[in-house]
Ligand binder design. Structure first.
Ligand code: PEP
Ligand code: MG
Length: 686
């Protein structure tokens, strides 16, 4: 018998009631099945109730359904009042019978993400996998990143005003979750976020919050009271069988906090770390990561992001292992759990045996000895066995990193990411402020060393709070990089003037990011020429980043008008392969060693050589030991690497023969897949 076929039992006060359905879900109607049921119920106009014996709840409220505390085997009925009552009852009863989206076997083992550590550590190999964001090995203790208490005013302005604030925050929260969902790799995680979205539309929860607003509470206070009350209702359910529902209380707190933070306009908290921490978080913004106490942090893992995301770049600049797109079960590891993080292998071992830990320590000691040897020779030039000098410079954000780079043997700065000056503030930095920062970096290097200052590179994944960029469907393909500067000429000219003020202090180079067309280069150069004329500073070289296939394809034409190229392999990979650099599902494929990307680099080098111009690489490929032989073999003569990588990359270059690397490069660009390239490069390295 299927409930869809059963007729409603009869009318009581206009309501129709369906046949009883025995609940197949082992964990009852927790967040996800409840969300699915609610999603279906909302398709009907009728008022719909879910009945269990004498208990009844609104079937359009996830919170109410969860608070019913249903269990496997409960007898439930659907009751509806309205024009489409019969259809609603048939459809919802059928859904209930099918387990509301949970296969019965899966339901028995509870497929939800739980905040308990047990399911996470129950995975077969005791290792959670992710994508290598930064290599290295660390043994440390888990620190889960959670947010701080959010403070809101108790009373509000007018009920109307508070209500509209609440609505706006709810809408924004919906958008945030929708965006998060898009970036999520696993279906289970997406389903949980779906449940969060449902919670935000929960009529009973909203009704309670609005009631608070009507009683003169501020939107924040009313919302907090409402979601806490619901969370507590679930958390107060007794009995072992309600364990999962009690945990769902934390889902409500989670989504509740998101809205609350929006209402309070709070900025993310600083992350306080104990010594020896391995930080685990869903997501870390570049500013979160940048503010971490590096002396205490041994490594980190995020469930979002990919190998070329900015958070990964920061990890490499810290010189600590990091994984992106790690299995979300990592979020459930208990605080203080001893783990071994293996960046190169992309693994987080969460139940290491004493032997595993010994072995990790041995490997770390070998790596440290190697680093020491490399550091001892760090100040020597990097010259291949057949006499080719390669310049090894650094990617930095400020003067202190530039000093660190020089101390480690860096021969200059190949990429000053000027956007870090523009970040985390309410207004753009003034010319004086910028000039002071650029001059400080230049002075850290001195007149003999190269300083390549990249002009503002924002947009796409790097928004600025005070720069009103339009909402775009495809921000990576929209106003990003030099396009933003050309769109905001006053801001651009201020930056150019500030950069020119550093001339003479170092060998100054200006570089434009994300150039796609000659017109863009010409427009940027015209603005620069105007500032050069006004300031009289002339000794500056002008180059472009090659990040877009069109620039690589027309490298010869660009080389006529630019003094140098620097390959932004992170973006060049994303745009050549049409794979978002931060996409966790694509992270493993978005590989800079794909032969198509290597061909783009080959074209860039050929085009530059025709006009006697030099080519550098400043994307993460330059810091990748496996990629270095092929890069120099293709004709790259400058590698701009993360600061900690300088000594090792120099040491590696001294072991290579340029002639052999050229042969290798010609071989691998004939291949069709990244796997072939990597296999050949691994054999070469042996
Ligand atoms: C790149 O794209 O490779 C690059 C160096 O620029 P960013 O990573 O800052 O976009
Ligand atoms: Mg880039």
């Amino acid at each position: 018998m299927t409930p869809a076929a059963t007729a409603p039992e009869g009318a009581s006060g206009g309501a129709l009631t369906g046949d009883a359905v025995r609940l197949p879900n082992a964990a009852g109607l927790h967040a996800r099945p409840a969300a699915m049921l609610v999603a279906l119920a909302k398709k009907y106009q009728s008022a719909i109730r879910l009945l269990r014996g004498a208990d009844e709840v609104n079937a359009k409220s996830v919170v109410s359904i969860m608070s019913l505390g249903t269990q496997h085997g409960d007898l439930l009925r659907v009751q509806a009042t309205g024009a489409d009552a019969a259809e609603a009852i048939a459809a919802i009863s059928a859904l209930l019978l099918q387990g509301c989206g949970e296969a019965h076997e899966a339901a028995r083992t509870s497929a939800t993400l739980t905040t308990e550590p047990v399911p996470a550590v129950a995975t077969a190999a005791h290792a959670l996998s992710g994508v290598c964001a930064a290599p290295g090995l660390a043994v440390g203790r888990v620190v889960q990143f959670r947010q701080d208490v959010i403070v809101v005013a108790e009373t509000g302005e007018s009920a109307e005003r508070e209500r509209s604030k609440l609505d706006a925050a709810l809408t924004l929260a919906q958008q945030q979750i929708a965006a998060l969902k898009l970036g999520l790799a696993d279906a289970a995680g997406a389903a949980i976020l779906q449940a969060h979205q449902e919670l935000l539309q929960d009529p009973d929860l909203l009704e309670l919050a609005v009631a608070g607003v009507l009683q003169c509470q501020s939107a924040g206070q009313a919302w907090r009271v409402a979601f806490m009350q619901y969370a507590q209702r679930l958390e107060g359910l007794e009995g072992a069988h309600n364990a999962l529902l009690r945990e769902r209380g934390s889902d409500i707190r989670d989504v509740g906090r998101r809205v609350l933070a929006l209402l309070a306009g709070v900025t993310p908290a600083q992350i306080d770390l104990p010594q020896g921490a391995i930080l685990i978080a869903e997501e870390l913004t570049p500013s979160d990561t940048a503010s971490l106490d590096r002396s205490k942090l041994l490594g980190f893992c995020t469930t979002s992001g990919g190998a070329t995301s900015h958070v990964a770049i920061l990890a490499r600049s810290f010189g600590i292992p990091a994984l992106c797109g790690v299995d979300p079960a990592a979020l459930a590891l208990a605080q203080g759990t001893l783990v071994v993080l293996d960046g190169a292998q992309g693994l987080l071992h969460h139940r290491p045996s004493p032997a595993d830990i010994d072995q990790a320590h041995q490997r770390m000691a070998q790596q440290a000895a190697r680093r020491e040897q490399d550091a001892a020779l760090a100040q020597d030039a990097a010259v291949t066995t057949d006499g080719q000098r390669i310049e090894v410079v650094a990617n930095v954000r400020n003067a202190s990193e530039a000093r660190e780079a020089v101390a480690l043997g860096g021969e200059g700065v190949g990429l000053l990411r000027s956007e870090f000056l523009f970040d985390e503030r309410d207004t753009a930095p003034s010319e004086d402020e910028q000039a002071a920062a650029y001059i400080a970096v230049a002075q850290a290097l001195g007149p003999q060393r190269t300083l390549v200052i990249r002009t503002l590179d924002v947009g796409g994944d790097k928004p600025l709070p005070y720069l009103p960029l339009p909402k775009e469907d495809n921000p990576f393909l929209g106003l990003r990089g030099v396009r933003v500067s050309l769109d905001q000429p006053a801001m651009f000219r201020t930056q150019l003037r500030a950069i020119l003020r550093a001339s003479g202090q170092a060998r100054l180079h200006i570089m434009f990011p994300m150039i796609a067309t000659l017109e863009e280069l010409r427009a940027a150069k015209a603005l620069l020429a105007a500032e050069v004329a006004a300031t009289g500073q002339r000794d500056v070289k002008v180059g472009i980043m090659i990040e877009v296939p069109s620039a690589a394809l027309l490298a010869e034409q660009f080389a006529r008008e630019a003094d140098f190229f620097s390959i932004g392999s992170n973006d060049l990979t994303q745009y050549t392969l049409a794979m978002d650099r931060g996409h966790p599902k694509l992270a493993k494929q978005a590989d800079g060693l794909h032969p198509a990307v290597l061909k783009m680099i080959a074209l860039s080098c050929e085009g530059a050589a025709r006009h006697g111009k030099w080519v550098g690489v400043c994307g993460s490929l330059a810091s990748d030991a496996m990629a270095v032989p092929v890069l120099i073999g293709l004709g790259v003569s400058e590698l701009s690497v993360s600061v900690p990588a300088i000594p090792a990359i120099k040491a590696l270059l001294r072991r290579l023969s340029l002639a052999e690397c050229q042969g290798l490069a010609q071989e691998v660009i004939q291949f069709g897949t990244t796997a072939q390239v990597r296999a050949r490069l691994a054999a070469f390295a042996d």
